[in-house]
Write a protein of this length. Structure first.
Length: 63
């Protein structure tokens, strides 16, 4: 279950898979990540990215 720090939801990722087989990759429902706002901010290597649901049901990742 995500918790919040400074008004930002923090989701702990699943442990890394031991294989490079894409069938073994973790899968999570996008609505669980995006929530009611349809938006998720991702901190990665010092940059913040935004994952957003589009009105047509797609996803856009921006820096």
């Amino acid at each position: 279950m995500p918790h919040t720090e400074n008004s930002v939801a923090v989701v702990t990722p699943p442990p890394a898979a031991q294989t490079t087989d894409s069938a073994a990759a973790a899968e999570i429902n996008s609505m669980r990540l995006l929530g009611d706002q349809g938006l998720l901010r991702i901190a990665h290597k010092g940059a913040v990215y935004t994952l957003r649901a589009t009105s047509k049901g797609g996803l856009i990742l921006t820096k």
